[in-house]
Design a protein around this ligand. Structure first.
Ligand code: NAI
Length: 246
């Protein structure tokens, strides 16, 4: 139980990869702050964990809104006493070709995926600096490394998350706050259910391990980066993609 008594704040924790991360961190002993814009689903998820004996609470917030994030982090600190681990997982897609992409689709994806990661990092940095310890894990994407037709906004936001990860790692290292990212490839979730059969086949044909990833594949690496086994690792981006990008 390497995370015993630690509080993990997971954004977008209500479902999908975020929920799997919550489950894995709880299995390592962490207490959970399940943060999501979908209040009801977050509460349902927190209740599920509570029923399994995990100390979990739901907090509603829009990560794109800095003031809302400040309020939420204050609420988490008041209710749970500390934040030891932040997982910036909340993310959205609004896919389209560049020539057809609406400004609002560009702005929404950058606001949630990139500014949301900045907002949450900023809000937890102060209490973590005071505690002189902390682990931040950002969920980027392999398309932030390799690009993807039809996802200019999304891949730009995830490339931005990788730059933010490295800057935050350098800025916060002296306070013993470690910042890393994971870059998942094709992971089976509600987000990727929207893919066409053709797009799915295209992905599978370039994955050496020849299968899509699972949310648990991602969650296990996040557990490593959140725990003491990675205490000399910061500013890194770990690909979780079945070998798609080497
Ligand atoms: P999902 O759509 O199943 O879950 C995302 C969660 O984030 C939802 O619970 C949603 O309500 C929440 N959320 C969305 N906007 C929010 C906001 N403004 N404030 C607070 N919460 C918000 O997606 P999935 O697949 O679980 O993705 C999780 C993360 O993993 C995302 O950052 C995504 O970009 C990333 N990722 C997913 C991959 C995949 O293949 N599914 C591949 C690579 C990265």
């Amino acid at each position: 139980m390497e995370l015993a008594k630690q509080v993990a704040l997971v954004t977008g924790g209500a479902r999908g990869i975020g929920k799997a991360i919550c489950k894995e961190l709880a299995a390592a002993g962490a207490r959970l702050a399940v943060v999501d814009i979908m209040k009801d689903v977050a509460e349902q998820t927190a209740t599920e964990f509570l029923q399994q004996g995990v100390d979990a609470k739901a907090f509603a917030a829009n990560v794109a809104d800095g003031a809302d994030v400040e309020r939420m982090v204050d609420e988490v600190l008041a209710a749970m006493g500390q934040v030891d681990i932040l997982v910036n997982n909340a993310g959205i897609t609004r896919d389209n070709l560049i020539v057809r992409m609406k400004d609002s689709d560009w702005d929404a994806v950058i606001a949630v995926n990139l500014k949301g990661t900045f907002n949450c990092t900023k809000a937890v940095a102060r209490p973590m600096m005071k505690a002189r310890r902390g682990k931040i894990v950002n969920i980027a994407s392999i398309v932030g490394v390799m690009g993807n037709a039809g996802q200019a906004n999304y891949s730009a936001s995830k490339a931005g998350v990788i730059g933010l990860t490295k800057s935050a790692a350098k800025e916060l290292a002296s306070r013993n706050i470690l910042v890393n990212a994971v870059a998942p490839g094709y992971i089976q979730t509600e987000m990727t259910e929207k893919l066409s059969d053709q797009a799915r086949q295209n992905f599978l044909s370039v994955i050496p391990l020849a299968r899509p990833g699972t949310p648990e594949d991602v969650a296990r690496v996040v557990r490593f980066l959140a725990g003491p086994a990675s205490d000399y690792v910061t500013g890194q981006v770990i690909h979780i993609d079945g070998g798609m990008v080497m």
